[in-house]
Write a protein that binds this ligand. Sequence first.
Ligand code: C5P
Length: 236
Amino acid sequence: MEKLQQLYAGKAKSVYATANPDYVVLSFRDDTSAFDGEKVEQLSRKGEVNNKFNAFIMQKLAEAGIPTHFEKLLNPTESLVKHMQMIPVECVVRNVASGSLVRRLGVEDGMNLTPPVFEFFLKNDSLHDPMINEYHIATFGWATEQQVQRMKALTFEVNQVLKQLFSDAGMILVDYKLEFGVFKGEVCLGDEFSPDGCRLWDAETRKKLDKDRFRQGLGGVIEAYEEVATRIGVPL
Ligand code: C5P
């Protein structure tokens, strides 16, 4: 489908209109950002790796009955997706303590979390994505109660599917962030699932295979993403 005018440019992806108002083109760039856009670098091949990685994961989730915005891969760096109205809330599930949870609560990095922790954050860079709860979402009208319950249920369903998928490939899904939108009245998974938005550790060595390599200046960022992709069978 032909790409028309740009509708939106985020930190790592851009969105373009198509002739069909129900669909948009999601274009994955090589830009890599951290700390609310304070650290930005171009990492060669990232757009392509994340586009293909996301396509593979979205298809796995769809097979498991999870509604997603993904339609099809268009080319190495672009996918066709449903044109949703995005809900400005980020849903995070944590199976293992790391990142902001450790900083906030002073618990040990690497601690197993049973049951997994669920958190909402407001998607707002200038406010540094503050943590919010269901009351904030209701009061400020960011989503309906029904949508909130659906986002939570779908985020946990994703955990069941992906924890197993990564574990079968010798990795631990530490945590991840999802975003949802509404398409023709239905809450669907949007944005992307890639090593940019989750933490993945090698199950034996606990080597970090995700964007923490970029955040922490560990190097080998794209090499790690490619390793994860290869291990789970993403055709690169
Ligand atoms: O930073 P924090 O520990 O809260 O992140 C939890 C998970 O959500 C991590 O996997 C991180 O990569 C992801 N995340 C994200 N985008 C954000 C905030 C967090 O992808 N804006």
